[in-house]
Design a binder for this molecule. Sequence first.
Ligand code: UDP
Length: 330
Amino acid sequence: MNVLVVGGAGYIGSHCVRQLAAAGHRPVVLDSLVYGHRAAVAPEIPFHACDLGDEAALARILADEKIEVVMHFAAFAYVGESVTDPLKYYFNNTVATLQLLRAMLKAGVKKFVFSSTCATYGVPPTLPMTEATPQAPINPYGQTKLDVENALKNLARAHGLSFAAFRYFNAAGAAADGTIGEDHKPETHLIPVAIDAATGRGPALQLFGTDYPTPDGTCLRDYVHVDDLARAHIAVFPKLATPGAGFFYNLGTGTPTSVREVIAAVEKVTGRKVPVVESPRRAGDPPALYADATKARAELGWVPEFKTIEPIVASAWKWHESRPKGYADR
Ligand code: UDP
């Protein structure tokens, strides 16, 4: 299929572009390059540097490239910034997505795959989290994603849009060959920050909170490999054949991993010590988030290939080791 990958030069999008091409589809990338990297996309893949606010350009691209499915990875994703500058998040995540959807409907493109997040659940009352866990986001980032989820339900009813929204847990790792990976500026995610601390490229790791009600006092998260996430986006295609059908799936391994366990994995994989400064809790961090991904397994046959933290960290290390400055090394 001809697939427009919006945010295809970003972290998860770029891994999906590769898999689409490998599976015989025709990915076309659209990216504003605000956070994406041109070098994350192979030169032979059609590439449009474009903003979602430019609906005339979107209309042209959808028609000229004969797009059948749109995958939407492009979003701002700094939780702390969403708290201090919510309008930036409402405009870039919610409004821009609605503009994309309007352009799609005008062009008669009615299949949509959306990157949502476990942040739509807020602090879950029970664990592991299923798709039926109540959604009560505790920050504007999660709220903007939930707003899009809700809009999708209405568009499915009104216009026959078929869609899948994937609620990612903690995306991590890099492609097996180490040539594409995570490169955020600024970087705030635990694994790359811990790797930079281990190599001395960054400061000591601030460990946010050691007094949580968890086995070792640090937060539990569900780290899921970026290539496993990407595979679900392609596995869902048959489901989108039914007009007006909408699906929500959690994507996580189901394995809770503490911050201290991640640090231990980074030390083992890199063979270096991670300097750690035990610090106060970070505002807005729920103590534990991990998925029940039974639904994705049952309906999509989605089984993560990476089930534990060490191989995920090893793939991230391969990328960081070969390109310590990320895409700036190209
Ligand atoms: N974390 C930490 N130090 C850091 C970055 C993250 O202790 O420099 C912790 C954070 O408090 C959370 C976990 O690591 O418990 C994962 O954080 P990350 O920002 O990677 O993802 P999030 O779960 O916030 O989406």
